[in-house]
Write a protein that binds this ligand. Structure first.
Ligand SMILES: *Cc1c(COP(=O)(O)O)cnc(C)c1O
Length: 434
C-alpha cells in the first residue's frame, strides 16, 4: 500500500497549510485525467475542487499537454527583460481581447500572490510617479489575496496572518459586502481619507477563501462608480473568479464593471503550469513612461512569462472558445438542482452559488480551524471524492469537464455526511495517528 516515495516525502518535504505533527499521510498521486486523480494503488479520487481552484478543462487535457511539449522543444525559457517571445505577446493580446474594456497592458508574474503584489505596487507607484503620492489601500473584510506580505496585508487578518500582524502595512477595511454596507463605508472612507486612498482591492462577486461568500453585482458597480469619481483605482482580484468560474470569462463581466487593474492566475493556464498576470489600463502604464529612470517599475520574477506557461494559457483560451460555456452552464444548473435539495437538510446553515462555484455552510462553530470541515474531508476522501472545506464551509468547484453523474457523487457524499456517516478509522486515505 505505502509507496516507496512516501518515506522520502515524510523525511524531506514540507507541505503547504500542513501541521506535520498531526496531519494524515499525504495521498500519493500517480496520474490524473479529466476530473480524476489516481493514486499509486490505482484508486480514483474525484477532484471536486479543481486541485485548489486551478484546473479548468480537466487534468492532462491533450491540447494543453501538446502545447507544452511543442513549446518545450522550441523555447523553454528566456529572460523577459530586453527579450520577448511569441507565446507571451500572443497571450497578452488574447487576454486583452477577452478582458473588460480598458485593460490593455499585461505584466506577467508566476502566481496569484505576485499578481496581487504587482497590482498594489503599480497603483501606489503610479500615484507617486505623477507627483500625487497616495499610500492607502482599502480591502474587504473576509478577503483573501495570497500569502506574500502585501497580499497578506490586504487580506483579512486571522490565524493565517496573526504571527506577522505587526509587520503588515495599514489597510482601510471595508465590510464584507455579503453581510455589511460596503458602499456606505467606502463613502465615509472617501470623505475622510479620499486623498490618501490609492486603490480598493476586491474579489469580484465571490470572496473565495473567506468562505465562498457571494455578493451582489450592484455593490460592485457602486464601488466602481465611487472609486472612479474619486480617482481611486479599483483592483479586481480575479485569481479565483477568472476563467469562467462564475459563468462568464471574468466575474467583472457579470456586473459590466471595468477595473483599473485585474489580477489573474490559477485557471489562466488551464491549471497545468504556474503563471500570473496583472493587467493595467493604459493610463496606469503611461504613469510609468518617463525620461526619469526612477519612474520605472522595478519589479520582475525569474520565470516571468515562461514560454511553456504562456503556450499552455493560449491553448487553454482556445478551449474556452469552443464548447466550454455550455459545459459551465450545465455544471451551474446541476449545482442549483442539488443545492435546492440540500437547503433544508438539518445541519445545513446556508447554501450559496455563483456559476460553477457551489458552497454549503454547515452548522458548526465557524472558522478555519473548525473540526467539522476536516471530518467531512476525511469522510469524502474515503468515498473517493476530494473536497477541502474552508472551516465549516464545504464547496464544490469542479473542472468544467465534470459530468452530472460525477457531480452527483459529490452531493451524495455530502448528504451521507449530513445524515451522520463518518470516516472509518485508519482505512486507506483516512487520517492516520502519529
Ligand atoms: C488563491 C488566491 C490568491 C493567491 O494565489 P496563489 O497562486 O496561491 O499565490 C490570490 N487571490 C485570490 C482571490 C485567490 O483565490
Amino acid at each position: 500500500m505505502a509507496h516507496p516515495f512516501l518515506s522520502l516525502d515524510a523525511a524531506h518535504v514540507w507541505h503547504p497549510y500542513t501541521q506535520h505533527h498531526q496531519a494524515p499521510l499525504p495521498r500519493p498521486i500517480a496520474r490524473a485525467a479529466g476530473s480524476w486523480l489516481y493514486d499509486t494503488d490505482g484508486q480514483a479520487v474525484l477532484d471536486a475542487i479543481s486541485s485548489w481552484w486551478v484546473t479548468t478543462h480537466g487534468h492532462c487535457h491533450p491540447a494543453l499537454v501538446q502545447a507544452i511539449a511543442e513549446q518545450a522543444r522550441t523555447l523553454d525559457q528566456v529572460i523577459f527583460a530586453g527579450f520577448t517571445h511569441e507565446p507571451a505577446a500572443r497571450l497578452a493580446a488574447a487576454l486583452v481581447q477577452r478582458l473588460p474594456a480598458g485593460l490593455s497592458r499585461v505584466f506577467f508574474s508566476d502566481n496569484g500572490s505576485t499578481a496581487v503584489e504587482v497590482a498594489i505596487k503599480l497603483s501606489l507607484q503610479s500615484f507617486a510617479n505623477q507627483g500625487t503620492p497616495r499610500r492607502l489601500i482599502a480591502a474587504l473584510d473576509n478577503a483573501y489575496h495570497g500569502d506574500t506580505f502585501g497580499a497578506m496585508a490586504a487580506g483579512a487578518r486571522g490565524v493565517f496572518t496573526h504571527m506577522y500582524e505587526p509587520l503588515l502595512f495599514e489597510v482601510a477595511r471595508l465590510p464584507d459586502p455579503s453581510e455589511g454596507d460596503t458602499v456606505r463605508a467606502l463613502e465615509a472612507l472617501l470623505d475622510a481619507r479620499g486623498h490618501e486612498l490609492a486603490a480598493v482591492i476586491v474579489e469580484p462577486l465571490v470572496l473565495g477563501a473567506g468562505g465562498m461568500r457571494v455578493w451582489d453585482a450592484r455593490v460592485l458597480q457602486a464601488i466602481r462608480a465611487r472609486t472612479a469619481a474619486a480617482g481611486v483605482h479599483l483592483i479586481a482580484d480575479e485569481v479565483m473568479t477568472g476563467f469562467g468560474r462564475t459563468g462568464p470569462m471574468f466575474a467583472c463581466a457579470l456586473a459590466t464593471v471595468h477595473p483599473d487593474l485585474i489580477c489573474l492566475s490559477k485557471g489562466i493556464t488551464g491549471g497545468v503550469l504556474p503563471l500570473g498576470a496583472t493587467v493595467a489600463t493604459e493610463a496606469i502604464f503611461e504613469a510609468f513612461s518617463s525620461s526619469d529612470r526612477r519612474k520605472t517599475f522595478f519589479h520582475g520574477h525569474s520565470y516571468t512569462a515562461n514560454p511553456m506557461a504562456c503556450a499552455a494559457a493560449l491553448a487553454s483560451l482556445a478551449l474556452f472558445d469552443e464548447a466550454c460555456e455550455g459545459a459551465r452552464q450545465r455544471i451551474a444548473d446541476c449545482h442549483t438542482w442539488h443545492l435546492a435539495a440540500l437547503r433544508n437538510v438539518p445541519g445545513v446553515k446556508a447554501v450559496r452559488q455563483l456559476g460553477t462555484v457551489a458552497a454549503v455552510e454547515l452548522e458548526a462553530p465557524s472558522g478555519y480551524l473548525s473540526d467539522i470541515g476536516r471530518e467531512l474531508a476525511a469522510f469524502s476522501l474515503q468515498q473517493g471524492v476530494l473536497i477541502r472545506p474552508l472551516g465549516n464551509v464545504a464547496y464544490c468547484l469542479p473542472p468544467y469537464c465534470t459530468r452530472d453523474d460525477e457531480l452527483d457523487r459529490v452531493y451524495t457524499v455530502l448528504q451521507r455526511f449530513l445524515a451522520g456517516e463518518r470516516a472509518a478509522p485508519l482505512s486507506t486515505g483516512g487520517p492516520v495517528d502519529d
